[in-house]
Design a binder for this molecule. Structure first.
Ligand SMILES: Cc1cc2nc3c(=O)[nH]c(=O)nc-3n(C[C@H](O)[C@H](O)[C@H](O)COP(=O)(O)O)c2cc1C
Ligand code: SF4
Length: 417
């Protein structure tokens, strides 16, 4: 499929009306919510049939998450829309928040109807100033709109909606850190169980959904589950926002059918490699996953297919590296990011990520020794699973993957010293 025939849903310029609610209604906005209001119970079935999955990284089926909240018997239930987006290479949610805030808000209101939630938080990184401002202006309009009043009648209780600022720290995007942060504390991830759906924000049953996930919802309600399912390639459903960056001619944000091949993203949509260089590797979705290399160019970029290659689609971020660029240098850069981003609650994570970052720095500068290599390999063995959250595991995965696939670069670092 070429760029011209690619379906544009979330990035369709028609829907990019900014905070203008009348403009959103003029392009069919509100229809999805009306469908949900007519039969709130049917929403879950529809979202399940559509195959929508969480776009925040894990690809967890959205209907299952919503179903768990719907099943809770509680007076107050909470949905949090996660717009923290702070990792290297991912730049999709900020675009959605800024260009189409009503798309995000309507998705949240439908999710509330489907689950019986009466609290809705939009948790946004304050560094994305335009997105934050657009969401605030958009929300002001919803709160006095007739459709919102009708929605509350359909829900059977008052709906409380807030736009709140995150800390702007990477760790603040982890789901239990989101909760700590909104409660007013430092965004420290919490031990699970209890899971947020059991005891989340202020002890209330809570689910967290990514901005891109919720942005799809009004379109599914409006156009049907089959329409969404058929947007994807093969078994994959819907479209995906791929944040393409690195050594490509046309870096940028691409909305393509879920399951588009890595080759097509890089060489057709991205215009190929910069300066005609050879493709070497891609840091996917984070960059906290196993590196994809030339042999993976044919991989369909959907959650399951990337998993089959032992990696993860994550957020859909693809950081492309060309031959001639040092993988060790790039991994060092990302490890530095993880070490600085560690919240420090779990000593193995705080000291382990700093230790790995220091060792990698020596490889980058050619000052490493054989024992550095052994220490690196040992840390990669002992650290996974030692933390409260997935930061430590992601950081180790990328180092381990580079050691396995680009070992020659590490060995060259030793030989120079
Ligand atoms: C360290 C860390 C940072 C994260 N940052 C984000 C983030 O900025 N935005 C996001 O949606 N999910 C982030 N996640 C994933 C969330 O914990 C959560 O799984 C996600 O918001 C769920 O939404 P979804 O089901 O719609 O994908 C992060 C996870 C970890 C471990
Ligand atoms: S694993 Fe690291 S980032 Fe996660 S809670 Fe522990 S110290 Fe914090």
């Amino acid at each position: 499929m070429t760029q011209d025939t690619t379906p544009q849903v979330l990035l369709n310029p028609e829907f990019h009306v900014g905070p203008d609610l009348a403009g959103w209604y003029a392009v069919g906005g509100g229809d999805g919510l009306r469908t949900a209001m007519a039969d709130p119970k049917a929403c879950l079935t529809m979202i399940e049939a559509s195959g929508l999955r969480g776009m925040g990284g894990a690809g967890f089926p959205t209907s299952r998450k919503w179903g768990m909240l719907a099943d809770r018997d509680a007076a107050d239930k909470v949905i949090i829309c996660n717009g923290n987006e702070d990792e290297p290479g991912t730049f999709k949610d900020r675009v959605l928040l800024e260009t189409s805030p009503h798309q995000v808000i309507e998705g949240g209101l439908i999710a509330a109807l489907a689950t019986g939630a009466n609290y809705l938080y939009y948790y946004i990184n304050p560094h994305h100033m335009k997105g934050l401002a657009a969401m605030r202006r958009a929300l002001e309009q919803w709160l006095v709109d007739d459709l919102f009043q009708d929605m509350q009648k359909a829900l059977g209780k008052s709906m409380h909606i807030y736009v709140v600022e995150s800390s702007g720290l990477y760790i603040g995007g982890e789901e239990t850190a989101v909760i700590s942060s909104i409660e007013g504390g430092f965004p420290f991830p919490r031990v699970k169980p209890p899971f947020p759906v059991e005891s989340g924000l202020f002890g209330k049953p809570t689910i967290i959904n990514n901005v891109e996930t919720l942005s799809n919802v009004s379109h599914i309600l409006r156009n049907g589950a089959d329409w969404y399912q058929n947007l994807g390639i093969g078994k994959a459903a819907g479209t995906k926002l791929y944040s393409l960056s690195g050594d490509v001619l046309r870096p940028g944000l691409y909305e393509l059918p879920m399951g588009t091949s890595l080759h097509d993203l890089v060489f057709i949509h991205g215009g190929g490699m910069l300066l005609g260089k050879e493709f070497k590797a891609v840091f996917t979705g984070g960059p906290s996953n196993t590196l994809l290399t030339k042999k993976d160019l044919d991989v369909a970029m959907d959650f399951d297919s990337v998993r089959e290659r032992n990696s993860r689609l994550g957020t859909g971020a693809m950081i492309v590296i060309s031959e001639g660029t040092s993988i060790v240098r790039k991994v060092t850069e990302y490890m530095d990011f993880f070490a600085k981003g560690s919240c420090g609650q779990c000593p193995p994570c705080k000291s382990g990520t700093f230790q790995i970052a220091r060792i990698l720095e020596r490889f980058s500068t050619g000052d490493s020794t054989e024992s550095d290599l052994a220490a690196l390999e040992n840390l990669c063995k002992i650290l996974p699973g030692c933390g409260r959250c997935a930061l430590i595991d992601g950081a180790v995965t990328v180092v381990e993957s580079s050691l396995e696939t680009f070992r020659d670069e590490y060995l060259a670092g030793i030989q120079r010293s």
